[in-house]
Design a protein around this ligand. Structure first.
Ligand SMILES: NC(=O)c1ccc[n+]([C@@H]2O[C@H](COP(=O)([O-])OP(=O)(O)OC[C@H]3O[C@@H](n4cnc5c(N)ncnc54)[C@H](OP(=O)(O)O)[C@@H]3O)[C@@H](O)[C@H]2O)c1
Length: 343
């Protein structure tokens, strides 16, 4: 059973954040419209959910765009696709009961009537409710599965992580440390450099906006890099790639620094580095791994209970902040997992 469940009301209307124009790049407040609708009624095999925490995720840039992606673009005029933690108000679907706490694709809105396929996880573990959208959300589960299964860290490895102070990056650093790695984070300001070291246990961290990343890496990792967990792509990736050891692993988890993929951006050619360093460069998308999601949450919840992993939440409590929240995330304003409490 989740703990730290906040009080939540059940209002008579459904506030929604609609995607009303298609962004070219990072979604801005003007691409969304706040609206109110009737509370939906669940159809047969659906559940009615009252959202409590709305999640803000970098992936929403891709979901809102018309660019070819691993998912269909969010329909214009509909509620913005978003993960959320909510509680079941009414169930017309087998296996769900009023009072169940769930995490899934419930959208930026007060209420969602959805089928079971929208649910990613049933929040049963003894974790604070908000943790189901951070540690036990796609952020923690991605960090855990992608690092351990694709990065395959071993004792003594040097692990470099980009967006290191963010939600995914903070978990990658902590899990890498547990595997005996020397951990080096890359992040966007000095306060986040401190958070990486003080809060998330990184051995060292680099401010990529003010430092010479190549020179810093040469100084901090004179023996080279074994595992690079990449959330940014772009010039940071190009810089780390040229410091990888033979047999190194690159986990491609995100591309936050690339403004647009249409047309494909140009940069240094990397194929010779991949060949001569015999690198394994693997892509990861969490939605391919939903069959082991609950198992991964179980592992993460045990780590949290043992005091082996910490998480940080950047919480707002006004749905009116939601339209600007993706842009704020890309501007690096968040300190921890960005959530909006709307209960
Ligand atoms: N593949 C998957 O299945 C999967 C699942 C979840 C998340 N992800 C990816 O994991 C990454 C982190 O996600 P998160 O939810 O934990 O977000 P987050 O790190 O908490 O927030 C995003 C961070 O990205 C950094 N950033 C933004 N623009 C940047 C740029 N131009 N260059 C370098 N860094 C930039 C900012 O941090 P700084 O201040 O440090 O720049 C910002 O705080 C994202 O790339 C996301 O797409 C992938």
């Amino acid at each position: 059973m989740p703990i730290d469940i906040p009080e939540y009301a059940t209002p008579a209307t459904n506030r929604q954040v609609l995607l009303t124009t298609r962004p070219d790049g990072i979604p801005q407040p003007e691409h969304f419209t706040l609206a109110e609708a009737a509370v939906p009624k669940p159809a047969e095999n659906q559940i009615l959910i009252r959202n409590i925490y709305l999640s803000v995720d970098p992936a929403q840039r891709g979901w809102a765009s018309a660019e070819a992606n691993y998912s269909q673009p969010v329909p214009l005029g509909g509620p913005m696709r978003a993960l959320a933690v909510g509680v079941v108000i009414e169930s017309r679907a087998d296996g769900f009961r009023a009072g169940d706490f769930l995490y899934g694709f419930f959208g930026w809105q007060d209420y969602a009537a959805v089928g079971p396929e929208a649910v990613l996880h049933r929040a049963t573990e003894n974790l604070p409710l908000a943790a189901f959208a951070s540690l036990a959300g796609i952020n923690g589960v991605t960090a855990y599965l992608a690092l351990t299964r694709l990065g395959r860290p071993v004792e003594g490895d040097t692990l470099v992580v980009s967006t290191a102070a963010g939600s995914v990056g903070s978990f990658v650093g902590q899990i890498g440390k547990k595997h005996g790695c020397r951990t080096i984070g890359i992040t966007g300001d000095d306060d986040k450099v401190n958070r990486c070291i003080e809060t998330f246990g990184y051995d060292a961290a680099i401010n990529y906006k003010s430092a010479d990343v190549a020179a810093e890496l040469d100084a901090l990792a004179p023996g080279g890099v074994n595992v690079y967990y990449d959330n940014t792509g772009g010039t940071i990736l190009d810089t780390v790639l040229r410091r990888m050891n033979v047999g190194g692993r690159i986990v491609q988890c995100g591309t936050a620094s690339v403004a647009s993929w249409t047309p494909p951006p140009t940069g240094p050619r990397n194929e010779r580095e991949i060949m001569t360093r015999r690198l394994v460069w693997s892509g990861f998308v969490i939605f391919d791994h939903l069959n082991i999601y609950a198992e991964a949450v179980g592992d993460l919840a045990r780590m949290w209970a043992a005091g082996d992993i910490a998480y940080d939440t950047d919480l707002s409590s006004d749905i009116a902040e939601t339209p600007g929240a993706i842009a704020a995330l890309y501007a690096g304003e968040n300190r921890g997992k960005k959530l909006i409490f709307i209960g």
